[in-house]
Design a protein around this ligand. Structure first.
Ligand SMILES: NC(=O)c1ccc[n+]([C@@H]2O[C@H](COP(=O)([O-])OP(=O)(O)OC[C@H]3O[C@@H](n4cnc5c(N)ncnc54)[C@H](O)[C@@H]3O)[C@@H](O)[C@H]2O)c1
Length: 261
């Protein structure tokens, strides 16, 4: 039997993906649907989420949900919709994040922008994952959660509201993995590099700092996301951070060596 052919159990597995209207969240949600996983695509933008559902290989497995996840009431409404439509939620992907604006440096970022960044990335991620975990624990079922963090959880981005939210999220992954492991609920981080996916307006010249020679695309993240989410492929993986960056994080003040030929 092939080890890789059936990473999910469509009869049992169901997913909630936040930020599924665009970029990396959309790519992961569509990939899950492609594997036969019933998936709620959650986003604040109705237009984006409808377009994503239309693009799904099997739209009957993709349920749109529109709401602002900076409010915990909205998070509860999302879970209510997911449970009513699909029953137990077994897989959770947290990709939603407010837009990043270069003008929001340390001397400029306002309180609302700061709070919204933390509310969506951290508060919603914690609340949604805990509520899903409580249900799984009560039903004695395994689960798998994936948080989109960033290389800027560990290095500055000139956007302190963003880097601090991602740093906190990276620690949240470890806290949850340690606490939920005994219930067979795995929690991991996916760490994108420079992905031209909507949330990051990339300067193409950045490619020269990337060992694999190009910026990333949202679809570069989906296969790794599925591998980590799959209880079959990653049953013994929790509390880990998977960097998908074409080698960008290897860049430092030393240029790569000059090579002959
Ligand atoms: N693109 C990159 O280079 C990159 C690098 C590192 C980390 N990341 C992380 O990966 C994730 C996805 O990035 P992306 O570039 O695909 O982002 P994106 O901006 O393309 O997509 C984010 C989605 O989240 C939604 N969203 C924003 N605020 C919301 C809210 N309050 N409630 C519900 N939905 C909301 C947006 O509408 C959007 O569709 C983010 O968490 C981001 O921080 C991205």
């Amino acid at each position: 039997m092939s080890l890789l052919s059936t990473p999910f159990d469509p009869a049992r597995d169901t997913a909630v993906v936040t930020g599924a209207g665009n970029g990396i969240g959309r790519a992961i949600a569509l990939a899950l649907v492609g594997e036969g996983v019933r998936t709620v695509l959650a986003d604040v933008s109705e237009e984006r989420v409808s377009a994503a559902v239309k693009a799904a290989a099997r739209p009957e497995l993709a349920l749109p949900w529109v709401g602002d996840l900076s409010s915990l009431e909205s998070c509860d409404a999302l879970l209510g919709t997911a449970v009513a439509a699909f029953g137990q939620v077994t897989h959770f992907v947290h990709s939603a994040s407010p837009p990043r604006r270069e003008a929001d440096h340390a001397l400029a970022v306002d309180r609302t922008t700061w709070q919204e960044m933390h509310a969506v990335n951290l508060d919603a991620g914690f609340h949604l994952s805990r509520e899903i975990a409580k249900r799984l624990i009560a039903a004695k079922q395994p689960g798998s959660f994936l948080f989109l963090t960033s290389l800027h959880a560990g290095t500055p981005r000139n956007l302190p509201h963003y880097s601090t939210a991602k740093a906190a999220m990276a620690m949240l992954v470890k806290e949850l993995a340690k606490t939920y492991g005994r219930y067979n609920i795995r929690v991991n981080a996916l760490v994108p590099g420079a992905i031209a996916a909507g949330g990051f307006i990339a300067d193409p010249s950045l490619a020269r700092h990337i060992p694999l020679g190009r910026l990333g695309e949202a679809d570069d993240l989906a296969p790794m996301a599925l591998a980590v989410l799959s209880n079959k492929l990653s049953a013994y993986v929790t509390g880990a951070a998977f960097v998908v960056d074409g080698g960008l994080s290897l860049t430092n003040w030393f240029e790569p060596p000059e090579l002959e030929g």
